[in-house]
Design a protein around this ligand. Structure first.
Ligand SMILES: [Zn+2]
Length: 258
């Protein structure tokens, strides 16, 4: 049994990260085309890094909420080979909660990328430095923050595809706080998981495509996910006990008896 947790902005909203898209928020003060596209990252680097530094300042006080913590606890209990966490968010709240190997579909704000060398490295300072140099080529001209810009390739989508293809009807697919506007349901569901009772959607807005899920919980992430995580952990424990008993029965059966 595998568990895939797929999350969007709704999971961070309860940690206070949403206002940057609200009225008067960061997005209103910047032209996306001048800060958040690949050409902008290089042609308007000062402005682009300034924008991402404002995002960082906005993220600074955010703390993981009960949903992030429940994901970390589930992963710690069942292992990171069993529990895969995928997020569309560029914050690091899952990592701050203790999650490992989080798949950031759209990158994150915790590092740099040199677009020429395809080299990534962590951001050591509190803010991005527009003059940061690539450790490989020593140049700063093609250095950008490691968030995926509009019009840029997002290599982690290949991983998403592989994960989707590998899921079976025994696996859980739990979506938390996503509107499916960027990553559509067709990118998550395969034949086995479509409308499976183990495909669960947690979203207070009860958004489409709810029909793809077996279970829809119209509650906030921090309210809905801890209970779901507990239920999954209990099932995993029952499965483990059952398989241990089967193995010990097999081991006790002496040859010649059957
Ligand atoms: Zn380089």
């Amino acid at each position: 049994m595998k568990i895939v947790i797929f999350s969007g902005a709704g999971v961070s909203k309860e940690s206070g990260i949403d206002t940057y898209r609200d009225e008067g928020g960061i997005w209103e003060r910047y032209d996306q085309n001048k800060v958040c596209t690949l050409p902008a990252a290089f042609d308007h680097r000062q402005e682009s890094f300034k924008f991402f530094n404002e995002c960082l300042a906005h993220f600074k006080d955010a703390k993981p909420n009960a949903a992030h913590l429940a994901a970390a606890a589930l992963q710690e209990k069942l292992g990171k080979d069993v529990v895969t966490i995928i997020t569309q968010n560029v914050d690091m709240l899952f990592e701050q909660a203790g999650c490992e190997e989080v798949v950031h579909l759209h990158g994150h704000l915790d590092g740099y990328l040199c677009h020429d060398c395809n080299v990534k490295w962590p951001r050591e300072e509190e803010e991005f430095d527009p003059e940061e140099k690539c450790p490989d080529c020593g140049d700063s001209a093609r250095v950008k923050c490691d968030a995926v810009m509009f019009g840029e390739n997002a290599p982690e989508y290949a991983r998403l595809y592989n994960i989707k293809e590998s899921l079976t009807k025994d696996d859980y697919l739990v979506c938390i706080g996503t509107s499916f506007q960027v990553v559509g349901a067709e990118m998550l569901f395969n034949h086995d998981t479509f409308q499976s009772p183990k495909s669960i959607n947690i979203n207070p807005d009860g958004l489409n495509p709810s029909m793809a899920f077996g279970i829809n919980l119209a509650v906030p992430a921090a309210e809905g996910f801890p209970g779901v995580a507990e239920q999954i952990a209990n099932e995993a424990e029952r499965n483990l006990t059952a398989s241990t008993q089967t193995r010990s029965r097999q081991a006790n059966r002496s040859p010649g008896m059957g």
